[in-house]
Design a protein around this ligand. Structure first.
Ligand code: NG1
Ligand code: MG
Length: 499
């Protein structure tokens, strides 16, 4: 698993990242504009650039934070951060951040202090940058490096083209690109494993108690392959997809607002999964004094499998079905079983405490069923890719697993929404072998598996059956359609550019 020990690559030409042709010329013009604007804002040109891609998750939804493997691929859509370290005699030193799209994303000036808190009460785009800034220096401190004031200041200009609130990880693209840019101007280059780990931790300052999938794929992606990402420790294994297949990403045009408040649906699911794991642990005989150490459903998989084993079966789902009930649990009922108060269980997480403050009940059976079955589907997907079947057979099987994943997200995890349901139906009706919501859900994108040679025709049908009415009603512009529905091949990961 040498990949994760490699360092972030440093390139001196755009071609190394963006290839040739139209993609390269589009990238060239983005970097030229960045350089020019940077000079206009700051009176200097950038020292260097860092870029990190968004991703589409092919299968394995809402299981990364439960410790289970996921299977995403990087998109060519990325966030670029241009940076220059401020002169040491600059006084006061600051973190100045500007966005190319300054109309939608105003600029900010923060004090140059990497240990300042991220103010979650204001959901501003620049908070992602503050997370990264903290992340780099918290990581250095954790490695035993002494960090003393005065801290360095930076001038930063950001250009992101990863669709936002769309479940394709625009947030991690900005966090990863910013962290790498700051590292690079400080002359640091940690291993990919370290960067994937600390960017996952630092992005949680936003409030979402997310897993590490997005940062891991953004950092470790390799052109031409999807990645099976394992956690604890992070590993990334190449998955070569069948040549005849293509993935089309289509936006439901409903923004997923999972991070806007800490008591969001996302964190609610994180809480439900932990409680499901704790209740199951008690039911399966774990000593009460050990229950507080149960954090995720993967922590108790062994107990579930032992339960199944004793009955001549193998799936952890057997224990789930036997020991959890369909009706939602009240806090009181759970506390009775685990013999700890929920406020004690979550005393270390402000975000989770906010959830239990407002939650009325907890669905434990449905959430646990989703997590264990989705975890199995990830391996079934990987096994189907590796099998000796023909490409057609493989694609059919992959599509089937994607459809099952969607049903599970929708019915068991309740993370779909009417627009996603409509779009999934449209995709399947127009020939997708599989279609599913991707990313956190509650809005955002659908990923479809289609035959490579039917992509143009598929995109036309999506326009006709889903987007046209939204164009007619003025919701979106026809000229922007390419940003709402596009095919994508697996792209490369984050990089530093010395241009
Ligand atoms: P999106 O929706 O792309 O932000 C989120 C989490 C992932 C993962 C997926 C659901 C963040 C940063 N990422 O992705 O870790 O849990 O949802 O599978 O919140
Ligand atoms: Mg995100």
């Amino acid at each position: 698993m040498a990949d994760v020990e490699e360092h972030i690559p440093v390139y001196s030409s755009l071609q190394e990242v963006y290839g040739k042709g139209e993609k390269l010329s589009k990238a060239q013009s983005r970097y030229q504009i960045l350089k020019r604007k940077f000079f206009e804002y700051y009176g200097h040109i950038p020292e260097l650039y860092a870029r990190a891609p968004g991703r589409v998750n092919l299968i394995g939804e809402h299981i990364d934070y439960e410790g289970y493997s996921v299977l995403p691929m990087a998109l060519l859509h990325d966030t670029i951060v241009a940076i220059r370290k401020q002169d040491p005699d600059n006084n006061p030193r600051t973190l100045r951040v500007v966005n190319i799209s300054s109309h939608n994303f105003p600029g900010f000036v923060f004090p140059a202090d990497p240990f300042q808190d991220v103010d979650r009460s204001k959901h501003i785009w620049a908070n992602y940058l503050l997370c990264a800034y903290k992340g780099v220096f918290d990581h250095l401190r954790a490695k035993g490096v002494e960090i003393k004031p005065p801290y360095s200041g930076y001038d930063i200009l950001v250009d992101g083209i990863v669709p936002m609130g769309a479940g394709v990880s625009s947030s991690s693209a900005i966090v990863c690109a910013s962290a790498i840019a700051i590292m690079a101007v400080e002359g640091l280059n940690f291993s990919k494993r370290e960067v994937a780990e600390f960017t996952c931790i630092c992005e949680r300052h936003i409030g979402t108690q997310s897993g590490g999938m997005d940062q891991a794929i953004s950092i470790m992606a390799k052109k031409g392959v999807a990645k099976l990402i394992d956690f604890n420790p992070i590993r990334a294994t190449d998955v070569v997809l069948p040549r005849k297949g293509a993935f089309v990403i289509a936006n439901s045009l409903t923004v997923s607002t999972k991070a806007v408040s800490a008591a969001s649906e996302y964190n609610y699911r994180v809480v439900e999964c932990r409680l499901a794991a704790m209740v199951l642990a008690v039911k399966l005989g774990m000593a009460l004094e050990e229950i507080q150490n149960v954090n995720t459903l993967s922590d108790i998989e062994g107990l579930c499998i032992a339960y199944a084993d004793a009955r001549g079966e193998s799936s952890p789902l057997l224990a789930v079905e036997a020991h959890l009930h369909e009706n939602p649990y009240t806090a009181h009922e759970i506390e009775d079983i685990i013999q700890v108060s929920l406020s004690d269980v979550f005393s270390k997480s402000r975000a989770c405490l906010e959830v239990i403050d407002s939650a009325k009940s907890y669905h434990l059976l449905k959430r646990a069923k989703h997590v264990f079955s989705e975890a199995q589907r990830v391996y079934q997907f990987r096994d189907a890719v590796l099998s000796s079947d023909t490409d057609d057979e493989k694609l059919r099987r992959l599509g089937e697993l994607m459809n099952e994943s969607h049903t599970s997200c929708s019915k068991l995890y309740d993370c779909s929404c009417p627009e996603l349901e409509e779009l999934v139906k449209v995709c399947r009706a127009n020939g997708a072998m599989g279609a599913r919501l991707t990313g956190a859900g509650w809005g955002g994108c659908v990923v479809s598996l289609v035959e490579e040679n039917s992509v143009p025709c598929f995109l036309e049908s999506l326009k006709k059956d889903f987007f046209q009415s939204r164009i007619d009603s003025g919701g979106i512009k026809e000229g922007d359609l390419g940003t709402y529905a596009f095919a994508s091949k697996p792209s490369g990961g984050a990089a530093i550019l010395n241009l």
